[in-house]
Design a protein around this ligand. Structure first.
Ligand code: AMP
Length: 392
């Protein structure tokens, strides 16, 4: 896929409408995690360095088309100023004459784009209004690129458009992991349910050489193959879908790896008494809450044989000890191989990112996506409208 970057356009004297994701968590009027704000800095600085004026467009929370004072981007302005080390001019409604009158290194922050229902409806009137405020459009919000909204997609068709630095980094990393990867490629997909990740699995078996299935969704595959899983979380009605995925994988030459041993407990709570058993030996009154050490050994062997890893979803109920063990161990193996230059590792999704942080492995991964839904849709093989609109 082709998209323009900042290196393909001339920005001197131009006002650049820049869509960012600064949807940061807050407690009261304090931003509790500035990661997303910090990540837009390279783009903002680069536009200014090239003589462009930055007008930031962003959503904040889910106000559903209404003006909700607690979801005003006004609350984010101080943290944004601190991170950028620049003054930020906040405007409820942008005005071209006012923007033009500002000095060329000014940064403007426009109020929450979702305060009108025209945003999510991708109403051309809103796209047109926003486009009239500037000369070019920069999309730096990969995490919002799976939605065709006025400020992500509509506007991109009205102005010369390009990807910001963070968007560029995301697209390159994802392209390197799934588009034209170094092979063999292993994908790890875990989490609670098969039903939410069917499309993902269906796409991956046609793209990767090894697919590791873990977490609650592995139980569904075990049940489909006639293995008893006691009281484990499993979607018994998804059996035919699971078998279909296995058949597709076989036809595509993708090797599926399911747990070979399991960690079971009678209670779903931290420190619950647990035991390691062979995969087919789950007692009728127990639950499978993690993969066992023999599974980790097998995954280590697979990771060592591969050049690229893409990861979404934990291998067990990682939020409670000791059921984080397989996820943590596998994450550390991936981190180690990445550090040694033997593996390109890309991960994304909220749970996955916290599991990797918990394992102390996140820092060593080649790339950790800040996007949840957009990362998943990319793994599903979908075209993201916000990215496609930058193609021209
Ligand atoms: P997802 O949002 O689909 O990626 O699922 C993540 C959730 O799956 C986490 O909250 C995990 O605790 C949960 N999970 C993973 N493995 C299991 C399991 N064997 N039994 C119950 N829950 C699990």
């Amino acid at each position: 896929m082709a998209w323009k970057t900042m290196d393909d356009v001339a920005l001197a004297g131009k006002t650049v409408l820049t869509r960012v994701d600064i949807n940061v968590p807050m407690e009261g009027d304090k931003v509790t995690d500035t990661t997303r704000i910090d990540k837009i800095k390279p783009t903002v600085e680069d536009i200014i360095a090239r003589g462009g004026k930055v007008v930031l467009l962003a959503h904040f929370g889910r106000p559903k088309g209404k003006i909700v004072p607690e979801m005003s981007l006004r609350h984010v302005q101080p943290a944004l100023e601190a991170s950028l080390g620049r003054k930020v001019v906040f405007v409820e409604r942008p005005d071209r004459a006012m923007i033009d009158a500002l000095p060329s290194d000014a940064v403007v922050l426009v109020e929450n784009t979702r305060f009108t229902d025209m945003e999510e409806a991708n109403d051309p009137r809103m796209a047109q209004f926003l486009a009239s405020m500037g000369d070019m459009f920069c999309n730096d919000a990969f995490s919002a690129a799976h939605r065709a909204h006025a400020s992500t997609e509509g506007i991109a068709h009205l102005l010369p458009s390009f990807a910001g630095r963070l968007m560029e980094e995301e697209l390159r990393a994802l392209e390197a992991a799934l588009g034209t990867p170094q092979r063999p490629v292993v994908a790890v997909v875990g989490g609670a349910k098969v039903s939410t990740k069917l499309e993902l699995l269906g796409n991956l078996v046609t793209k990767v050489d090894h697919l590791v299935i873990g977490g609650g969704m592995a139980n569904t595959f075990l049940v489909a193959q006639g293995v008893e899983v006691g009281k484990s979380l499993a979607e018994r009605d998804m059996g035919p879908m699971a078998l279909d995925i296995l058949a597709k994988a076989k036809a595509a030459g993708c090797t599926i790896h399911l747990p070979v041993d399991i960690v079971v407990a009678r209670e779903f709570k931290a420190g619950a008494a647990s035991e390691v058993l062979p995969v087919a030996a789950c007692p009728a009154d127990a639950m499978i809450l993690d993969a066992g050490p023999a599974t980790v050994t097998e995954l280590t062997r697979v990771f060592e044989a591969c050049k690229t890893l893409i990861w979404n979803g934990p291998l067990g109920a990682f939020e409670i000890t000791p059921f984080d063990a397989a996820t943590t161990a596998a994450a550390q193996v991936a981190a180690h191989l990445t550090r040694e230059g033997k593996l390109i590792s890309v991960a994304g999704g909220g749970d996955t990112v916290s599991a990797l942080h918990q394992a102390g492995a996140a820092g060593d991964f080649t790339f950790i996506s800040t996007a949840g839904g957009a990362f998943l849709e990319w793994m599903e093989g979908k075209i993201l409208p916000g990215v496609a609109a930058l193609g021209g």
